[in-house]
Design a protein around this ligand. Structure first.
Ligand code: DQQ
Length: 577
């Protein structure tokens, strides 16, 4: 059982926000001139325990995730030779539970004229439920982006370790007005009732992001459709597009080829310009081969996002074993290149998340796959505890650098919420910066202080504020990294977004946060708003790390339930297994 001791929160914050930071000697441990011994301590502590990463070197996009014959496969953009981007090939790992992963040899390497300069992102399609095929982008001898096929060499190998490239590659080329340097990342194909396969490829045509559609009846010969699946004005290159059906009601996932009246479609695009993933909900008309969004909004900043933090080049797949759709995504580093060189690795994947349509039909909801809960160990549990104004209490009994926390905050008096200004909807991160965790509000800020040093000089604040609009309450979620590390070379933004919940009806706000060394993944309102952050506190190296719940609003609130668990370390790509 954790024991919580309220202390004078304001005084702590006063100290934090007026402090000049650490002395120079505390900052040197990761710089190239530091001695090897100290830097390797830092590198071990920033390495995650429960998140997917290769043993070493550079990783970016998740590629071709699939479930086939009882085995989950995850491929990924990989540089086998270095910790910086380049020499792109497809790394490969397999799993039977999405948690423990066995490393395999790279599945697709640069060795043909049509991919000699790089094997870039792509997807897997299981033809008629029995034959997996990969579509990927190759960078050819002339540096053109072309689309290629790879197929398993031996279907009876349970791990599909070897992949061959048929002689008919490439199957799609940048012709007829397609820009050869903006044409990539084929998605999982879907099969229509007319017997044709369809697949779309990300592109940019005259500044407009687009998903160019191709059709085929044999998966070998592909013909470009008269119109793209969808185009948006001014959004720039669409990388890694994804297109899939979701049930209008219910959490069950659907095969990518499903389509009926009970189904809505999701079109996701990764915007190269902002390195952020956005999506639209809408209806897909197979006869006309067009996707019609529920709402057409030109300004991409208003499009929905899977995650309002660091989360890019994501990709989903249908897990036919458990009838769910699962989302993978690349989380880039936020430290310096010099740090990456010393760490010997760069890039992790977010934990796999189940994804479905919210019952309100307005947005998607995400939740870490159930299997992750098998890693929960001893924990701290607490019920109905008051969190007074200025209260800060420590969540003890868990390893604060490798934990899973779930809290329900109950708000007895909504009336004291401060008035809401609709202009805040345009830039919630600015609101998180202007009204950070030290600024006392009416209802809020309240939430968690994560990876905190003993004197709070370092901490990541994940918190809520509740505002009163004229006919409803608005809930803001912030994940503020600006004090996450004393190290000046680390990128430390503040992220934020509103959570689409009816706080009056639900009476409480939930927050689940996964803390795993250099990553903090937060799910608010049952997964309606997600924010992921990368953080590199010095305190991870010294080891005296703390986790707190706090309330800096003017009203006492109640923690109706708090559960925190230590997370065990799974086997993820341990070499020599
Ligand atoms: N990364 C890949 C491209 C893709 C980009 C190259 C997105 O295929 O467009 O590594 O991060």
């Amino acid at each position: 059982m954790a024991s919580f001791h309220p202390i004078l929160f304001f005084l702590c914050y006063h100290f934090v926000f007026t402090s000049n930071g650490a002395s120079a000697s505390r900052r040197v441990f990761l710089f190239p001139e530091s001695d090897q011994e100290t830097s390797s301590i830092a590198s071990n502590q920033y390495r995650t325990a429960c998140h997917f990463q290769p043993p070493k070197n550079w990783m970016n996009d998740p590629n071709g995730p699939m479930h086939y014959n009882g085995v989950y496969h995850l491929f990924y953009q990989y540089n086998p030779y270095s910790v910086v981007a380049g020499n792109k090939s497809w790394g490969h790992s397999t799993s039977t539970d999405l948690i423990n992963w066995t490393p395999q040899d790279p599945a697709i390497d640069r060795n043909k004229p049509y991919d000699i300069n790089g094997c870039w992102s792509g997807s897997a399609t299981i033809l008629h439920g029995s034959k997996p095929v990969i579509l990927y982008t190759g960078i050819d001898t002339e540096k053109r982006q072309v689309q290629n096929v790879a197929i398993p060499k031996n279907l009876s190998d349970p791990f599909l370790r070897e992949w061959t490239k048929p002689d008919y590659n490439p199957i799609m080329e940048p012709i007829d007005g397609i820009n050869a340097s903006q044409f990539r990342d084929p998605m999982t194909a879907w099969h229509g009732s007319d017997g044709h396969w369809r697949v779309a490829v990300g592109a940019e045509i005259e500044g407009n992001g687009t998903a160019i559609l191709y059709k085929s009846n044999d998966f070998v010969h592909w013909v470009r459709a008269a119109s793209p699946l969808h185009t948006s004005r001014g959004s720039g290159m669409w990388e890694c597009p994804d297109f899939y059906p979701v049930l209008s009601k219910g959490r069950q996932g659907l095969d990518t080829s499903e389509n009926s009246r009970d189904v809505k479609h999701v079109l996701k695009m990764s915007l190269a310009e902002t390195q952020s993933d956005h999506y639209m909900l809408g209806r897909y008309d197979l006869e006309k081969d067009v996707f019609v969004p529920d709402k057409t909004v030109d300004d991409y900043r208003e499009w929905l996002r899977y995650d309002y933090g660091k989360f890019y080049a994501s990709k989903t797949f249908f897990d036919e074993k458990k009838k769910r759709r699962i989302l993978w995504s690349w989380l880039n580093e936020s430290d310096s290149k010099a740090d990456d060189l010393l760490k010997g690795w760069a890039g992790i994947q977010a934990v796999p998340r189940t994804i479905w349509l919210d019952s309100n039909g307005r947005q998607l909801v995400q939740w870490p796959v159930k299997e992750l809960e098998s890693l929960r160990r001893t924990g701290a549990h607490l019920h109905n505890t008051e969190l007074k104004t200025g209260g800060l209490f420590e969540i003890k009994g868990v390893k604060a650098s490798q934990a899973n926390v779930e809290v329900d905050f109950e708000l007895p008096n909504l009336e004291i919420a401060k008035p809401f200004d609709p202009s805040w909807l345009i830039d919630p991160p600015k609101l998180c910066r202007d009204e950070d965790a030290s600024v006392q509000g009416g209802l809020g800020p309240f939430g968690l202080l994560i990876l905190a040093s003993p004197n709070l000089e370092e901490h990541t604040a994940v918190f809520f504020r509740v505002y009163k609009a004229h006919n409803r309450y608005r809930v803001l979620l912030c994940s503020d990294q600006r004090r996450s590390s004393l190290r000046p070379e680390v990128d430390k933004p503040a992220y934020g977004s509103f959570v689409d919940i009816d706080i009056k009806k639900e009476g409480k706000i939930s927050l689940r946060t996964l803390i795993d060394h250099s990553v903090v993944e937060s799910f608010a309102g049952g997964g309606r708003t997600c924010i992921t952050a990368r953080v590199y506190p010095e305190v991870l190296v010294t080891g005296d790390i703390h986790l707190y719940a706090f309330n800096n609003g003017t009203e006492t609130i109640k923690v109706s339930k708090l559960q925190a668990w230590d997370m065990a370390k799974p086997w993820i790509n341990v070499e020599g297994e």
